[in-house]
Design a protein around this ligand. Sequence first.
Ligand SMILES: [Zn+2]
Length: 252
Amino acid sequence: MSILPPPPERIDHLVEGMTLLDPSAEDGLLVVLPHPDDESFSSGGTMALASDAGVPVTYLCGTYGDMGRRMGSPFFATRESMRDVRERELAEACEILGARYELLGMRDRMVEFEDRREVAGRVREVIERLAPSTVITFYPGHAVHPDHDAMGLATKLAVEGLTKRKPQLLGVAVGDRQQLRALLGPPHVAVDIRSVRQRKLDALRAHRSQTEMMFLRWAKQLEEDEQTKAFRQEMLTVERFYRLNGVVGPSG
Ligand SMILES: [Zn+2]
C-alpha cells in the first residue's frame, strides 16, 4: 500500500515571495548537516533533482548519529552497533538520492562543544576541493538542535573564510513556520520537489532506525491531525531555504 499522498496541483501559496531554485542548473551541490537523516528530511528532493541532471551532489555528514534516541521498533540496534547501522542507512539513502557522502566523524550530540574554527576549517577544505555552486546547511540559531546550530555556524564560517569564489549558502530553518516567519520573514528560495517526492520518501524510509515509527504511525493513520498531515504534504512538495550569505548572526 502506498502512503504517498497525491501532490497538490498548485504550489503558489507555498512559495509566495520566494525565488524558485532549479537544482539541475547547479554546478555542484554540497549539503553539510550533522546527522544521517538530516539530509533526507531537509533537502532530499533538491539533492535528487540535482543528481538526476548530472550535478555532482555530496552530503558531508558531521556525525554517525550514534546517539540517536530511536533504535528501531522492535529495537534492532545497540549503542555499539548504532554507528554501523546508521552509516549503512546513510549509504542507502544517499544511493537513492544519487549523492555521495563523506563523514566528519564528530561525536553525536557533541558538535556544539567542538572547536568551531577547527570544524569550519575542515568544512572549508571540502568546499575548496569540491567547488560546489551551492552549499546547504542549517540556519544557525534557528535549527532547534544544538548540533544543527553548531554545524550551521561552522559551515557559515567556512564559507565566509573562503578567499576565492564563494558558493551560494542556503540555510534550513526548523520549527514552527509561523514563528520562523515572524522572526526571519519568509524563506528566500524554494525548490519544487513534487516530481521526486517518492525518492525523498524512499530515502527517509532508508533511515529506518529513525523513521520506522513515523512511517508506522503514518500507515495506520495514528495521531493524525490536520497539522501533521499538512506538514507531511508540504515536506513532500517544496523545500525552502534562507540565503545565508552576508547574514549577520551568531559568530565564532
Ligand atoms: Zn539532526
